[in-house]
Design a binder for this molecule. Structure first.
Ligand code: ADP
Ligand code: MG
Length: 360
């Protein structure tokens, strides 16, 4: 096992710079997920750690050793990709043991390590099968088995579940997490799927256009996003946003919503173009309380466990998620509250969060 340090790493393709001074410390045994929209640089960063892509400036260290000039096969890492081509004419055992065979390990050692990996991955009954005789999930496990048999110091995963159907993805998510809990090998995992990131990671690294937006444990990023980008990226359905300004002690949105602010926030936000955010699950059904708003139902979508309702509120669109069973139809009006302590304020120009106005 090993820690991984990324120190002011940049990457340019010719004149095009795609990575802008990324620094990150990954602890020994940690499960870190790099997440962000397509093209933000996740694969590039992972490939630089793997040694498959040269680093333009900066340094990558694995286990305290700078590996910039170390060949991939000497970095003691193992990588699992989205498209994990297995050798079709080799058995599961031969596929899993192939790297060890190339490395000239004795057959008895290869057999032992393949069996041990197969046991961890529940592949023992399939060792003599060929890839075409396996299900998609079993093939994915063989691809992971190829990585495990090498007992690397670091696992690198690049969207390994993207090709699987939804149900299998959820199952493999649990399996990979259980595998990490068992092996405790430092793992860096790339995905564009925020649910995967939220459910699997010890820490999430949110990337945006070749930079790190925010790094932290999943729920910390969810509860305390430091930018509009992070607030909008995590959460499904995503946070509601309204444009607004401070007037007196209130923040007023374009559509006419208004909220009282604490004096420190009034001061921090005064004069700025603001974005006001509230998560759908923080909208509350209200009886006749003084600060209730009347909203018109546009669409209601019961999912069983909860009800998602698209609302029109004083000219603004608002999506709300209620745990309560709610029988409403388009055109109905309902009373809701937007609790002031659940509001997030962002500077529209910089996209940065303004102070902290939210509690649990
Ligand atoms: P992600 O994995 O987050 O989707 P990538 O790391 O693949 O993103 O790409 C990051 C950026 O680098 C993108 O803008 C992409 O177009 C660019 N890029 C990746 N590989 C190359 C390459 N070989 N040549 C030029 N640009 C590249
Ligand atoms: Mg990628």
């Amino acid at each position: 096992m090993a820690n991984v340090t990324i120190d002011h790493v940049t990457k340019s393709y010719g004149a095009l710079q795609v990575m802008h001074g990324v620094s990150l410390d990954i602890r020994d045994g940690e499960f870190v997920i790099l997440v962000g929209p397509s093209g933000c640089g996740k694969s590039t960063l992972l490939r630089m750690i793997a040694g498959l892509e040269p680093i333009s400036t900066g340094a990558v260290s694995i286990g305290g050793r700078v590996v910039n000039d170390v060949r991939p096969k000497d970095r003691n890492i193992a990588m699992v990709f989205q498209s994990y081509a297995l050798y079709p004419h080799k058995t599961v055992a031969q596929n899993m043991g192939f790297a060890l065979k190339l490395a000239g390990r004795p057959q008895s050692e290869i057999d032992a390590r393949v069996r041990s990996a197969a046991e961890i991955l529940d592949l023992l009954p399939y060792l003599d099968r060929f890839p075409k005789q396996l299900s998609g999930g079993q093939r994915q496990r063989v691809a992971m088995g190829r990585a495990i048999v090498r007992s690397p110091q670091v696992f690198l995963f690049d969207e390994p579940l993207s090709n699987l159907d939804a149900k299998l993805r959820v199952q493999m998510r649990t399996e990979i997490k259980a595998l990490h809990q068992r092996l405790k090998t430092t793992t860096i995992y790339v995905t564009h799927d925020q649910v995967e990131a939220m459910t699997m990671a010890d820490r999430i690294v949110i990337m945006n256009a070749g930079r790190l937006e925010q790094v932290g444990p999943p729920l910390e990023l969810y509860d305390d996003p430091q930018s509009l980008f992070v607030a909008g990226f995590l959460g499904s359905p995503s946070m509601n946003f309204f444009k607004g300004r401070v007037e007196g002690e209130l923040v007023k949105t374009r559509g006419g919503l208004q909220f009282a602010l604490t004096p420190d926030l009034v001061q921090a936000a005064a004069g700025k173009s603001l974005i006001v955010g509230i998560r759908p699950e923080h909208v509350e059904l209200a009886a006749d309380v003084a600060d209730a708003w009347e909203a018109t139902v546009v669409v209601d979508e019961p999912t069983g466990a909860e009800t998602q309702v698209a609302l029109k509120l004083s000219g603004e669109d608002l999506l709300a998620t209620f745990r309560e069973r709610l029988t409403v139809k388009a055109g109905d009006t309902i009373k809701i509250r937007l609790p002031a302590n659940r509001l997030y304020l962002f500077d529209e120009t910089s996209g940065r969060r303004i102070a902290k106005e939210q509690s649990n």
